[in-house]
Write a protein that binds this ligand. Sequence first.
Ligand code: COA
Length: 384
Amino acid sequence: MSNEDKPAYSPGLEGVIAGESAICAVDANAGLLYRGYDIHELAVRASFEDVVWLLLYGELPTTAQYEQVHEQLVRDNRLPEPVIAALRLMPPEAAPIDLLRTGVSMLGLFDPEPADASHAANLRRAMRIIARIPTLVSTGWCLARGKKPLAPGDSLTYAARFLRNLGGAAPDTTMTSAFNTILVLYAEHDFNASTFAARVTASTLSDLYSAVTSAIGTLKGPLHGGANEQAMNVLREIGSPDRAEAWAKQKLAAKEKVMGFGHRIYRSGDSRVPVMRELGRQLGRQTGQGKWVEICEALEAVMLREKGLYANVDLYAAPVLLMMGIPPELNTPIFAMSRAAGWCAHVIEQLDHNRIIRPRSLYTGPAPRKLEAAAFRAEATRSQ
Ligand code: COA
């Protein structure tokens, strides 16, 4: 073994700068900017279509560009027939996030310009992926329940189209606006695990569909995007605000992780939580289901006091989506629907300045050793 200098080791890559990016800035003290714009402003003023354009092109769209992105997301939202046929063959009990991962992978087989890996072609491809993910989610959901999937509603916004395709009726403006806010909040978050996975895949000069498929597989885990589905189980298990303290103390004493709490970067709370919490309060008043947010708030207080841990966005996303009538199994696919915009922007940025991402490991295996004679016994038997 050589005596080369070893780079510093950081478990979980904590604190490691693994690349440059102009897409998003995350501040440990609760700041989050998409291309320089504060998420708190975007969450109340921007549409998801605006954010898609902003992340992919670097600037907010002009009116004409807004029309363009809207039209592209409408034009590209239909699934190829063989993909629908394949979704029909999937087990009805399959998890929606697994259907989505498989569906995006299948979409790669039907790309109309597979040989073109240029920046411009990848922007077009990104629009196709972002447009089709909600259709994959709603189609997979309907087929698994023996329902006929609806044709995408072309005149609707991205947020309204998904809600309508899922529920069958045109959603009201409050629900559409709440859902739009969720999509904006989830769209981008720097080098989070799934985005990093997408960039690693792209860095080998693989294609955008493969990168997004890697990202969805990474998002699925409960330490990342899977937490917003798990958080609903937590709230249901607790059941009422007065039970939050005892429940949390028992979990902490057992050294169990509480989903929806903690973050690798944020030290004084997740920047997205205040917006999501307020959305939860509003929907609670509107739907008469205020207890879910009250449980979250009681849990927040005890987790901070007992363990110094803040809630992350997934805690409040869970009741918000539930109050919108969305089944918790769709929480993580909805996260994917939104984050696809960030993933695609990162993949395109990676390819524009590519160098393969290939870190080292710190070897902890056996010291160099010689093969013993015993190791060859099987070989000797074979050669007889
Ligand atoms: N519940 C209970 N304890 C938690 C916790 C949680 N949600 N998150 C972190 N901790 C504790 C750890 O047990 C550890 O405690 P210790 O020092 O006493 O051993 C300490 O806080 C540091 O946690 P660690 O897991 O090393 O932090 P990380 O930066 O590696 O992980 C997360 C970050 C987000 C993966 C982690 O906080 C977590 O698992 N959260 C729950 C899943 C979740 O909500 N994910 C969505 C993230 S947006």
